[in-house]
Design a protein around this ligand. Structure first.
Ligand SMILES: [Zn+2]
Length: 68
């Protein structure tokens, strides 16, 4: 799940970005997860504007997603 947020933040590059994109083309489960992560990301950004999330809140959301 972590790499989806990195992907959304354009923090992935080179081989990891390529590998993820190739994987997404053939893995429906990860496509779903990415769509969910994207929605959550958009929701959070719409709510909080460009202000960064409080570190603990962000960490808790990411942990919840990792366990989903
Ligand atoms: Zn997958």
């Amino acid at each position: 799940m972590r790499e989806f947020f990195a992907y959304l933040d354009r923090a992935l590059s080179g081989e990891s970005l390529e590998a993820l994109e190739v994987h997404l083309e053939e893995c429906l489960a990860c496509c779903d997860k990415l769509a969910f992560a994207r929605q959550l990301d958009a929701f959070i950004k719409a709510r909080l504007g460009e202000a960064p999330l409080p570190p603990r809140l962000e960490e808790r959301i990411r942990q919840a997603l990792d366990h989903a």
